[in-house]
Ligand binder design. Sequence first.
Ligand code: NOJ
Length: 544
Amino acid sequence: MTIGSALSFKPAPEWLKTAAFYQIYPQSFKDTDGDGIGDINGIISKLDYLKWLGIDAIWLNPCFESSYQDAGYDVTDFYRVAKRYGTNGDLKRLFKEAHKRKMRVCLDLVAGHTSIDHPWFKASQAATRNELSDRYIWTNDSTVKPVKHVSGKFERNGTYRKNFFDCQPALNYGFGKPEPDQPWQLPVTAEGPQKTRKELIKIMDFWMTMGCDGFRVDMAPSLIKNDPDRVETNKLWAEIRNHFQQRFPEGILIAEWGNPARAIKAGFMMDFIIHLGNDGYSSLFFNKEGTYRHDTCYFNIEGNGTPTTFVNYYLEQLKNVGDSGYVCVPTANHDFQRPNCGTRNTEAQLRTVTTFLMTIPGVPLFYYGDEIGMKFTPGLPNKEGSQLTKGNRAGSRTPMQWDSSPKAGFSTADLDKFYLPIDSSTYRPNVESEMANPSSLLHFNRYLLQLRKQYPALGTHGAIHFLYAEANKYPLVYERSANGQRFVIVINPSGKSVQVYCPLSGTIKEFKPVLVDRASLIQVNNKLQIKADAVSYGIFRVIE
Ligand code: NOJ
């Protein structure tokens, strides 16, 4: 068995096979102590809602003590829940309350860096050598500043390597291939990097022992520097996975890698297909507004996008991952725009998005608020590092809209104390009204999750075969199947009504509509005739 080969790992826990995920940005979900910032008790108070929606597992963005220069991705104490969210005891209670409802909670593990304010960093920058001198990557000369290195007023003679913002110094896990003439580049086997690795495992064990169910690992491929072919990175994650599964057989490891095939080979059980590493995701969803702006995308009323970049990447990923792990194509996350963005803003358009995302193979994930159609708010100020050179992430981080009251049931604080301004539209969507309305987007999305559970062919593992996925053409048509069960799904996000044909062999008795809005299928000789009105969708069960 080779280390790093997916085959050498114990399989991921069974529960992942049918789980639906929900991502919570804790700042903005539900505030119970009136400071305008969400908290753990707020999340606990909404577990029944999430259960009702059909959610099995939550991924919580970082909730640890932090300097908030990057919204919690700049940790100052990995072992303590930030005061503004509550206490370690509250988090323990969240685990317990979730488990009572047969739900799981995964934390966000910022494995690669800390805040510059972390006590480890303060010790590390000291002139005299100490236990933490090698906790971060330092050059041995403050005039030497290789790429991504930051200089400052440090006691020691050196510059440090950052991971993301300047205030996020990279923890030292060593170099895969240290350059011989740069003695400050330590090999992964050196004492400092090995101690960092042990500390990471200690952090994971700490929360898992308290009742946590797993981690989403921030920037997972980045831990080891200069590591061609990720040989050492794979070994590191393999070691962690083996240890983790031995101690916590039901625990899961999710990567933020953006390449499931690579992440799963390294030891992760699931990874996202998002805007990282490949244009597939962005070519579907990124339009002219949002954190990242593109001239066009497939889910666009203008109907001038193309599905093939995504389809090719996605199929390649599914093939390479096989049964060794899971891909996840989320509705959005805290780093980029929501489905409701720019000119993609009607309920019908949002239905085409979730019908697609909830009927393709992989683990489904709703980013908080997408289930009710909350919108990406453009033009917000920089909040806790939301602003990047390329765009602002704040538009996807606004307070959750629970009801139709002026403060939307998010918090009792004055509106100007809210973490970010709440959507100010007159008809902003909210949970309470949508729950009361069986034909709302919320009920629709809930029904999609139910269909996945009812029909394995529509679920995480069913096969997919694209019947019509043509460059610059609409609609998108694919077949899902498992155990003799077959479905055909039609998605037309464009504002044009379309009619297309594709080959279809065998005799079909009926295409039974399961969830359809203005799309139809008929078999004409050996062809499938597909008609789809502007902004329409259809899930049809194939009866042979
Ligand atoms: C990825 C996280 O999703 C993002 O929010 C953060 O800014 C960077 N990693 C740095 O930790």
